[in-house]
Design a protein around this ligand. Sequence first.
Ligand SMILES: NC(=O)c1ccc[n+]([C@@H]2O[C@H](COP(=O)([O-])OP(=O)(O)OC[C@H]3O[C@@H](n4cnc5c(N)ncnc54)[C@H](O)[C@@H]3O)[C@@H](O)[C@H]2O)c1
Ligand SMILES: O=C/C=C/C=C(\O)C(=O)O
Length: 511
Amino acid sequence: MASTIITPDTIWPYNTLLEADEFINDNVISLSNFIGGQFTNDSFSNSVKQLDSFEPATGRLLYTLPCTSPAQVDAAIGFARAAFPSWSKTSRAERSAILQKISQLIRENRELFAVWESMDQGKTLKRARIEVDRAISNFSYFSTFILHEQTAARMVDGVALTYEHRSPAGVFALISPWNMPLYLLTWKIAPCIAFGCTAVAKPSEVTSMSAFLLAGIFQKAGLPKGVVNVIFGDGAITGHSLVSSPLIDGVSFTGGTETGIAIRRATAHQISKHLSLELGGKNPTLVFADSMSPSTRERTIRIAATAAFENQGEICLCGSRIYVQRSVYDEFMSEYTKYVAENYVVGDTVGAVASLQHYNKIRRYLLIAEAEKATFHLGQVPPSLLEGRDYGGYWIQPTVLTGVHKTSSVQIDEIFGPVVTITPFEDEDEAIRLANDSQYGLAAVLLTTDGARMRRVGEQLQAGLVWINCWLVRELGTPFGGMKNSGTGREGGEHSRDVFTVVRTLHLPSF
Ligand SMILES: NC(=O)c1ccc[n+]([C@@H]2O[C@H](COP(=O)([O-])OP(=O)(O)OC[C@H]3O[C@@H](n4cnc5c(N)ncnc54)[C@H](O)[C@@H]3O)[C@@H](O)[C@H]2O)c1
Ligand SMILES: O=C/C=C/C=C(\O)C(=O)O
């Protein structure tokens, strides 16, 4: 088998599942960092540990990646700093044109990205295509947002004219998790460079391939060298040295709550560092009796199922705690389990979970559910995969549980897999209490046909995003982010502008 040090161009021609599969069988792929506009051989120096990344659907080795050392992290930051003065002064039109070009190049290579993202993350090809489309939108949205942005001037009591002047905040660390790799990393890179900042981006060590391919797009689009550097590695060494560097002006992070806390700690003494933290969730779905009328039942079941099982439940916004009004509980249970069994089929509409480590985490929660005598309406404890690596993949059946106590870790913790708990409630007050009984506050789904209730309940839910009779509907200008331990800061449209710029208010007196 040939050992190939590759650039994205090596992979470019392999844009079907079959071709990608053959390429992997014939080659050992090693990803290299993209620093200062080049794919660098430093990634392979003997002092750099190499990490393995496995294909979730089969368990085979997909590629290796460098665990970038603190010295190399500093080198990447150096390139981003060197690029900042000139990039931050480019005109909005120039930046817009480059973002458009990046968007267009991803669109032209949609299938390439979808195929490799699906193989790398475990998601279905259909789901991967949806996420590539969102990556395309992330760049096109911010390419036009910056052209139309305006700042209002104000007269203060006729005494002074005031206006806000914004400038790019500097060099950012952009760190993303493994569940929606390209979608989430581009949600950070696009606004970062649109608002004139430069970046060192680090995808998750579990799913680094799409970021590598994206670096190839940056080269092809003519993004000036150093504006975006893409480095690979783990959290403890690479991620930590990146966020804690005094030469990093801001961090936009999406990942787990514990990691968010670690990043806050590591940067606590750097007061001016901008921090945007999008963290975990354990989101409630509330099913009111009125939503189970004959005309809306199908929609209610479909939304509660999609919110729970899309992308194997590996979306921070997934509704993994379903609460159902008692008068329709039995009917909901039988319709729901039937719908999930028919529509969420492992290996077809349900992909593999992202890693062996994650498989074992989900399994541990299902063992707890079993020990606590929860009822498994669908799914079961998956088999133990402890020996060797060649298993045939990390597959977990969509699992529907009832009888889980509110103090159980299965009900409290973010499992982040295809596991949902269902609990009855009596009335609106109890529904709100149960929904808010969580350390998290990222998202909530409200299923009801009562217009007054939509607002009455919706406005009391402790969640940054409330979806009523829908789920994961996104408009890229709306504030996106969580309450409580689900994060701090908002991203999207002008909220992303707040993350990536500093503001000064100028006062011009009239005397
Ligand atoms: N709120 C959101 O928008 C959102 C979106 C997607 C995922 N998530 C959350 O992400 C989690 C799953 O992803 P994960 O397991 O990859 O999360 P994670 O927190 O383990 O890792 C996320 C990223 O942070 C890096 N990292 C880890 N430790 C670090 C440290 N000390 N300093 C700097 N970087 C570090 C990792 O290498 C990875 O790139 C879930 O909790 C999920 O809810 C949240
Ligand atoms: O898994 C988390 C999903 C996050 C989604 C977004 O950040 C978004 O839709 O912009």
